[in-house]
Design a protein around this ligand. Structure first.
Ligand code: ASP
Ligand code: MG
Length: 450
């Protein structure tokens, strides 16, 4: 069971979380928690302020965090011995944080390694509070340091988990607790290298932690507890009448995750898929809801969901030299790899290649390196709309309906994923919202009441 930042944002939320876990005790849960909502962002801005000489601002934010964590702990535990012990632990961690921020101020510079030391504090703090709150609520909870379980490489800021080492550690550390009917509680997002230097898995990484632990121990299920009812047929900010998806296939959910569905960390899916473990998404505020079940055997529909995003850059490379030549795609993709820019969508013909990127920070350098390969052009402010459904390419009908629904809007690129379940259209950025609306009406319109 993984609880995100909003599920542990304050004392009331942590109490609700405890009740949800209590309801699952018979199923022998392991609990993974995020930092208290907003804390990771604040930690990273403390690091930024410290390195840019804003020492007073940095230290006053440390103080703000100290007060928030202590107040939350006090509200949950009171002033008795357990409360005092927790307050001492939390204070010590904030002292460490203040010292780290001080060191960054002196250095005027932060390495990825020191940023991880700071970013990891949020989950270290939240997990201590949650375990104490559970114990106070009569749950036999035990704190486990995530760094004893989540083994990673030393790619700080986005460390790569080491599944074998995690499986070994989980069997040694977590399994005996579970067998003894205790509830292990660990912070998400955080890991450690083989020499036990603290790392993080990248923003939003707590889902990843949960699925790594679940996969390591062959859990029956991985539950992601968040602040939405589950995955929806579209972004509800764009489509207020978006519907809850009761069941979605793993491959569909993966396509959606990589195309901006905010509910799941994309990599969350991988370790779970690997083991065939169903992943559920539930809402901490409506624990009785049915949520979304992500599994292999969900019904096969033409379209399960529509995802979109704006701010996309299209890079096109054209060259007659590509005709019948080999290795051109490789040289193009190598340029993107060299500049650590990930490509989202690709469409090619014999003499041209179009790709989209989200992150255009290295664009100038990319273009410089692409020029020798062919004529390069760039289109900014494009948007992506992805229609995802296991049956989207079973017949031509869903695609005909999709293109018809666009009602004349310009389409700059079209790509059908190799899996045949993701039809991606590149449109003008300002067309993403109206086109998504029309597509949603075309595929999910409810019968109008008479
Ligand atoms: N606290 C981390 C973040 O905000 C990890 C997580 O919440 O999943 O990115
Ligand atoms: Mg999160």
């Amino acid at each position: 069971m993984k609880f995100g930042g909003t599920s542990v944002a304050d004392a009331a939320a942590i109490r609700r979380t405890g009740e949800i876990v209590r309801g699952r005790l018979a199923r022998r849960p392991i609990v993974v928690v995020s930092a208290l909502g907003g804390v990771t962002n604040l930690l990273l801005s403390i690091a930024r302020q410290a390195t840019s000489g804003q020492e007073i601002a940095a230290q006053s934010h440390v103080q703000e965090l100290r007060e928030r964590h202590l107040a939350c702990a006090r509200e949950l535990l009171g002033d008795g011995p357990a409360g005092t012990e927790l307050a001492t632990e939390l204070s010590a961690l904030h002292d460490d944080l203040a010292a780290l921020a001080g060191a960054l101020t002196v250095l005027g510079h932060a390495t990825p390694r020191s940023l991880d030391a700071i970013a990891a504090m949020g989950e270290q703090l939240s997990s201590l509070i949650v375990v104490a709150a559970f114990a106070r609520a009569g749950i036999d909870a035990v704190h486990v340091d995530a760094r004893d379980v989540i083994a990673t490489d030393d790619h700080f800021g986005r460390a790569e988990p080491q599944p074998e080492a995690i499986a070994t550690a989980a069997r040694a550390t977590l399994a005996p607790l579970v067998r003894a009917r205790q509830v292990p509680v660990l912070g998400g997002f955080v890991g450690a290298t083989a020499t036990r230097v603290t790392t993080t898995l990248g923003r939003g990484g707590s889902d990843y932690s949960a699925s790594l632990v679940g996969a390591a121990l062959k859990a029956d299920a991985i539950e992601i507890w968040t602040d939405v009812d589950g995955m929806l047929t579209a972004d509800p900010r764009l489509i207020p009448d978006a519907q809850l998806i009761g069941e979605i296939r793993f491959d569909e959910a993966s396509e959606l995750a990589s195309f901006g569905a905010k509910v799941l960390h994309p990599s969350t899916i991988a370790p779970a898929v690997h083991r065939g473990i169903p992943v559920f998404i539930f809402n901490s505020r409506h624990p009785a809801g049915t949520g979304t079940r992500i599994t292999f055997d969900a019904p096969r529909r033409p379209v399960t969901a529509i995802a979109g995003k704006t701010g996309v850059t299209v890079v096109k490379v054209r060259s007659p030299r590509m005709l019948l030549a080999t290795g051109t795609l490789r040289s193009i993709f190598e340029v993107f790899e060299r500049h650590r820019t990930s490509i989202d969508v690709v469409a090619t013909s014999e003499v041209s290649v179009s790709v989209t990127i989200d992150d255009a920070t290295r664009l100038e350098a990319l273009l410089g390196d692409l020029q020798p390969i062919g004529d390069v052009s760039v289109e900014r402010n494009r948007g992506i709309i992805s229609l995802v459904g296991a049956g989207i390419s079973d017949t031509s009908a869903p695609m005909a309906r999709a293109l018809g629904a666009l009602d004349g809007a310009r389409v700059h690129m079209v790509s059908l994923s190799a899996s045949g379940i993701n039809l991606t259209l590149i449109v003008d950025g300002d067309q993403v919202a109206p086109c998504t609306r029309r597509l949603h009406d075309a595929f999910f319109a409810r019968p109008v009441a008479a």
